[in-house]
Design a binder for this molecule. Sequence first.
Ligand code: GDP
Ligand code: IMO
Ligand code: MG
Length: 426
Amino acid sequence: MKVDVLLGLQWGDEGKGKIVDVLTPKYDIIARFQGGPNAGHTLEFEGIKHVLHTIPSGIFRDGVMNVIGNGVVIDPVIFKGELEKLSPFNLDIKSRLVISKKAHLILPTHKLLDQASEEAKGKNKIGSTLKGIGPTYMDKTGRNGLRIGDIHSPNFQEKYDQLVEKHKVMLDRFEGFSYDISTLEEPWLQAVSELKELTAIDSEQYLNDAMKAGKKILAEGAQGTMLDIDFGTYPFVTSSNTVTAGTCTGLGIAPTKIGDVIGIFKAYCTRVGSGPFPTELHEEVGERIRKEGSEFGATTGRPRRCGWVDLPQLKYAIMINGVSELSMMKSDVLDNFDTINVCTHYLIDGKRYDYFPYDVNDVEIVPVYEEIKGWNYDTTKLTSYNDAPAELKAYVEYLEQKLEVPITTVSVGPDRTQTLNNKVLA
Ligand code: GDP
Ligand code: IMO
Ligand code: MG
């Protein structure tokens, strides 16, 4: 058995949580491979909306195991809060969730460092979620980090104190940044002791044994391809590899063991935080998409920047990830648009670009659009793709032809049931 991967092709918030939940009955294991509480994955069913940050989106389905992989970074306080939010649903979390011993811990001082670094950057700030993601991954690559496996060690407190001392020296270098860690430390240490109650495993061994035993695994990405540390719009990115390759390093899955790669994108495009966004709409159309699509961050509540679908950007993401099928999300948000624009290429200094170029930060990118006829139809009640309006089908076929990858799922609302299967691949 190979591991299928589901990941975002834009700047995050494509609807990964919803589709993972929809696909979970086809799998035995759902595994998160990177990111941390900067993610906010929304699931909706039976009239209830759930937002998960660290816990994989397979958690609500019986008989499915959820794995937090070594590539994930965990804030024990946020994690505890997630568990508390799930407690009314009696899910027996202990039997369906395991954590890699190699996953790194986000300390309260990592969050402070994130905040201090963003403040120091001023108008050049990344727009981080301020969850301590960057500083935690820096400590990981700097070989200073603390891992889940460490919390069971008798000298955990000593290791923690040493790292905090290092962070204090760094924090003191930020001029004018004042902080008080005394109020943050106690709840963090308390949350760490509760984390000990969950099962910490050698997740790479667990997953490879499961594969051998014929179990089906879906790897759940966080963020999106354009936020990848190597391939995103650097430096306005997150600090992990959000692309398919991140599955290999974030779970211990060999490249030869990757199966289907499901790339998911919105029928338009959004971004939250700073950085380039070639098709961003600044006027009332952008405002209208934000309103109709409720485009406000699931983690920070910030308004998301909105724009049209960008073919050079999507083609780039499909290439880097080896996407084998696509899910188009939130097409219902465009239900009342007479026309929809699709960016086919860019003009930079008058030169045509059909691909996503290196420098997108310091140049003026002029997106060139093709106009597509809208469907003006309420698609949210559809139960079959066959009944979809001809113009929506034409939009899907147009994108499939340009992107050269089949769109197998079209999502027409936030609920689990508002999901249309376009075609089933062999
Ligand atoms: P994720 O981070 O990729 O899991 O996405 P988020 O949960 O941050 O953001 C997606 C938002 O869109 C959530 O509020 C979802 O409930 C919602 N959503 C997902 N699919 C659809 C859809 O097809 N239509 C509409 N209208 N909303 C959707
Ligand atoms: P999900 O998994 C959208 C963005 C932040 C910021 C940049 C760096 O829900 O799709 P970080 O906190 O990682 O240092 O922030 O990345 N960002 C996201 N945007 N969805 C996310 O996750 C994001 N996670 C981080 O807004 O621009
Ligand atoms: Mg999100």
